[in-house]
Design a protein around this ligand. Structure first.
Ligand code: ATP
Ligand code: MG
Length: 569
């Protein structure tokens, strides 16, 4: 499947159906969605699903999608996260839906998102209105008591406090007169409601804490449920799309907007099932633990399911969009196999990656009947899937490196690679025969001495000779060294947070670093390109690369080795 950005047929699901109907019926003239991350960590692949859905809808219906920092919680949020979130969103939507990104002010920096905290004054004014209407009250119960009373369906002794007194107390809460937790503002709804969220939920709490965006201006902060529906309203959002856990909050979302008698049409909330992926953890809280405990090397560690980690690993934005498109949108909680993501990578890279020769675990081979000092330039195809990608020359000489796993001294039956006395074809080059195995004092194989069938090259007399195995190689004299980081799944079990501590299931082999021997053309490798090291996998340059010091990340192996392992078991 191709990138949905270039798809003519737009995806379809129950949310898009609703939007289409709202457009058809004329309920809304301009479709306006939003993506509301809390800036308390880096975005992950779950957010990709939400971004592709919200921007996808805006894109397909000629609308706008706002990015809004849901920053109502002063303690956990940081500017570093705001910056990383915007960088990740741009990376994901640029070249696709960047025209649909809602901007705070046309003149401002294109990356400036909206902030729920920008609306603190307005949200406070709405709170005052609710109090005036007798629909909210200041409550002196502690947090524990409030929870307890709500559970029991018991009314607060402050529930019938008179409006004037509520207004006075709320103003003094705002002025910072009371300590943290001393009072709250609560909606006056229904303490017997079967839906717990309607049992006089807290709208404001006292927190004497500095906020990354508003500084020390506030000592009360609105809760998510209060801030969210109002932020949607203030921004003119039409379809407020979120994940299923907010379904039970929807009656409160609607109650608050209605209680304030706001002009119609009001925004409406819709819920879909969040993405869960095997062999990983997804919540920012858990990802933060992995980062803080040094179990990975930062938020952009290529083993993490963060957008920045995947980008560093070599996953492209189009692969992620394609993946989000393939998995679809439903209302049923489910677990998506990580294989689906890996499939999307292989599918794209097979079409786009340049083929190159590189040897990760080198074993020296000397072709004894090949002249010393001679070099041939052999023609190699850049991408068999794309004739337009052309060919290149690869140097061949008397001393080569092959993959040490491509030789076995005592192989099992049906081993078609190199063995003593056996023959194998060197890709784009000759058929060689292993005559002699040289070992060091510890019995380790250090070198193979082989002879080449010098007529077996493409176009030669014996070029059509049937040989079962073909292996890759590089010329020792011409090879350039590269650090190659071989990543594997970060966890050994499909559902690391299903039982016990997810950190006890970390795969000890999730990173292996080798010094590879590469064909010379890889010296010109570009960060934006993907490379298939033939027979090994897909690779991308790491930002640690410097002129003269190549560092590659293995984005994904060519085949699903985990499935093979699972079958063996
Ligand atoms: P986390 O538990 O990872 O912190 P969150 O839901 O608290 O996730 P937010 O920053 O609040 O993270 O999420 C921003 C938006 O992304 C929300 O609309 C949320 O519903 C959506 N989202 C978060 N995780 C996923 C996921 N796994 N799949 C789909 N959408 C998600
Ligand atoms: Mg959250």
């Amino acid at each position: 499947m191709s990138d949905p950005a270039n798809e003519n047929s737009a995806p379809s699901d129950f949310i898009r159906d609703i939007v289409a109907e709202d457009v058809r019926s004329g309920k809304y003239t301009n479709i306006h969605t939003r993506f509301p991350p809390e800036p308390n960590g880096y975005l992950h692949i779950g957010h990709t699903k939400a971004i592709c859905l919200n921007f996808g809808i805006a894109h397909e219906f000629g609308g706008i999608c706002n990015v809004r920092m849901d920053d109502t919680n002063p303690e956990k949020e940081e500017t570093e996260y705001v910056d990383s979130i915007m960088a990740d969103i741009h990376w994901l939507i640029d070249g696709w839906a960047e025209k649909n990104l809602g901007l705070k002010q046309k003149s401002e920096n294109r990356s400036a998102p909206f902030f729920a905290s920008d609306y603190f004054e307005q949200i406070y004014a709405f709170a005052v209105q609710l109090v005036r209407k007798g629909k909210a009250y200041v409550c002196d119960l502690s947090a524990e008591q409030t929870d307890e009373y709500r559970r029991l369906g018991k009314e607060s002794p402050d529930r019938d406090r008179i409006v004037a007194e509520n207004l006075d107390l709320l103003a003094r809460m705002k002025a910072g007169e009371f300590p943290d937790g001393a009072r709250t503002l609560r909606a006056k709804i229904d303490m017997q409601a079967p839906n717990m969220w309607l049992r006089d939920p807290v709208l404001y709490r006292i927190r004497h804490a500095a906020h990354h965006h508003t500084g020390d201006a506030w000592s009360i902060y609105p809760l998510y449920d209060f801030a969210h529906c109002l932020s949607d309203y203030i921004e003119g959002i039409t379809h407020s799309v979120c994940t299923l856990e907010f379904e039970v909050h929807r009656p409160l979302y609607d109650w608050l907007l209605e209680a304030l008698d706001l002009p119609r049409p009001l925004p409406h909330q819709y819920e879909f099932a969040r993405l869960n992926l095997t062999y990983t953890v997804m919540s920012k809280r858990k990802l933060k633990q992995l980062v803080d405990d040094g179990l990975v090397k930062g938020w952009d560690d290529p083993r993490l399911p963060t957008i920045s980690g995947m980008r560093r690993r070599g996953v492209t934005a189009s692969v992620l969009r394609d993946f989000a498109y393939r998995i679809g949108i439903t209302k049923y909680p489910s677990m998506t196999e990580v294989d689906a993501l890996e499939y999307a990578m292989r599918d794209e890279f097979n079409r786009t990656a340049l083929r190159r020769l590189a040897v990760l675990h080198p074993l020296k081979v000397v072709i004894t009947n090949y002249p010393e000092g001679k070099t041939e330039e052999l023609e190699a195809v850049n991408n068999p899937e794309d004739p337009g990608a052309g060919t290149r020359k690869v140097p061949f000489s008397r001393e080569l490196y092959i993959e040490s796993a491509d030789f076995m001294e005592t192989p099992p039956p049906k081993y078609f690679r190199l063995k003593p006395g056996g023959e194998v074809r060197l890709k784009y080059a000759y058929i060689i025969k292993c005559d002699e195995v040289i070992k060091d004092s510890s019995g380790q194989v250090t070198e193979l001495r082989c002879t080449a069938d010098l007529e077996s090259k493409s176009g030669g007399a014996t070029s059509n000779r049937k040989i079962k195995g073909t292996i890759h190689w590089v010329s020792a004299a011409h090879a350039i060294a590269a650090e190659v980081r071989l990543y594997d799944r970060l966890f050994t079990v499909p559902e690391p947070d299903a039982e016990g501590d997810f950190k006890s299931f970390i795969n000890p082999h999730s990173l292996e670093v080798v010094t590879a021997k590469c064909e010379p053309s890889l010296g010109e490798a570009k960060a934006e390109r993907r490379y298939q090291f033939e027979r090994l996998g897909y690779f991308a340059l790491d930002p640690d690369s410097r002129p003269g010091r190549l560092v590659f990340n293995r984005t994904i192996t060519l085949r699903d080795t985990w499935a093979k392992e699972a079958k063996k078991k």
